[in-house]
Design a protein around this ligand. Sequence first.
Ligand SMILES: [Zn+2]
Length: 622
Amino acid sequence: MRALALALMMVVTTIAPCSAQGHDGDNPISWIEKEKVRAAYHYANPPAAERVALLKRAGMNSMILKASVEKALPWLREAKKQGMRCFLALNFNVNAEEEGLRQAVLADGRVERYACPLDDRFWRDHLTPAIMERVALSGDPDLQVDGLWIDFELYSTVTGQRYYNNACYCDHCFGEFCKHKGIQTPKLGYAERAPWLKEQGYAEEYQPYLGERMEALATELREKIHAVNPNFLLGFYPTPHNWSLMAVARGFSTERVPILLWATDTYGGGGPARVPDDWRQEYADQGINARYLAGMLLRSYSAKNLAANIYQTTDKCDGYWLFTTYTLWTPPREKPGDYYLAAGEPEDYWDAITLANSEIDKRLQQGEGYETDLTIGPEPVVYRPLTQPDKRKQLHALVAPEITGEVVEYPKVKLRGSNMMVVACRAGQPVEIALGFQQVGKGADAISWELIAPNRMHVLSGHGEQQHETAISFTPQQDGIYFLLVTAGGSCYYPLRSNAPLGLYAGARLHTMHGAARLYFKVPDGLGEFTILGEGSSGHEPIRVDVYNPDGEMVATGQSNQEETEALITVPVGEHAGETWSLAITKADVEIFEDTYITLPPPLPPVLSLVPEQVFDVRTDL
Ligand SMILES: [Zn+2]
């Protein structure tokens, strides 16, 4: 493999250095300084010619192609013809167990499936050839390849630890550190090494030492790359946030060729507020020559605010990238996974992207003095289940608990994304609901809400102040169940108190963060068994659901895992039909426990209540 890589290098060096399109003499990023990066991430699905033209028309200037080299080729060719920049996406992760490479060991002694960060064979025999194959393409005069978009997330995890935050304590890393300190390597089990280093007073030195070694491996690789194409741009996903990512970013950047940070601070919403103000200084202090490109998920930014978010975010850095224009080219699916839009149709998104780019152009031409009209307004609440006939029919059959007018304080259950609450109302009896707010990440999100009457005519909508509790009050015009739709951008919210019975709608995925100690639901009369569906937000972020009978005994439990993100829990009812049951959403066997979803499929009433006195039932005679 190594010989092959060398042979490729020799062939390519003869044609490479100056053939890449548009390189401005000695400065490989002069185009970024002139235009800023406006990149579309996608999977290189055909037709390339039409889609490159479409991106160009929308004012985009770059693509990140997540595809095999073979699949990317038509796009690289088309990009060359139409004048578009290209970055090839590549995973740093490898399944070391399968490839027979040295596996990383975590501080607690667990062995990971991904590679030890200092495994020479991983760097030289695995990563290097994959990268050099792509670098070689940058020398082909018919292809446009400007650099790489390297994904540093460690997907082959068994523990859920997706980065080297608590690594690596393998024999090699531990042994090398001891050698470096001039001490005999003690015979210790994996789990005993981190505590021993701490005891010896080496805890602070250990990872920085590994970082130096990792930086050297990254530097060696970068030198090979720049020997072939001195202008080749290395890029980094996500925002570097630990010792190993900082080390590689340092090794990959030089004074002449910066590293492109395909950053993720702005991923889940928040836009300009989430670009660190001091990022230039922060990376310079770390010895990293960086350019910052803000990533945005189209599923986190509504079309309404996208243009303003792109414009203002880009104003604080060197450009932006969108995950993913694939969603704009693909019809929505039943189970969309990563691929849906926050709010708006694909045409609205294209309009927003086009507008943002034209405003960026004006800003670049007119400089500091340019003032845009684009402003970021509150995010619209989007909640789709209410538009589905079967879900509406089920809601129509809900039977409300007793309405006493008493104010009930609720235990804290954090909700995230768009969710719906059901509120039992009586005509003329004023309702007061308070929602708590918890910011997730940087920025200043706020609660947005919309109230819909039982006849589904819109009633009221409003926005909370940024980062504050929100009070919602109204006087219902009719008896029945009102629907309260709520979102808070990428942040969390939760019912604090209400003077009308309130439940969390779970007929479609109820999105919670950090679980729930207890949620209550009614099991209808005559039911022999029921099923509950728990879903992790990914294989690495699983869910556990424990189900309790009316006597408070745990009678069933289930969890999702890396292979199966759904946990279907079927529970025999026994003699407890017609009573109030409960469930807990808790941490599964792996470390990460954040975003999870829970659904109560029919025939259960589609509502989870925060207190047992407020469970909702269903009529079965409809
Ligand atoms: Zn190691």
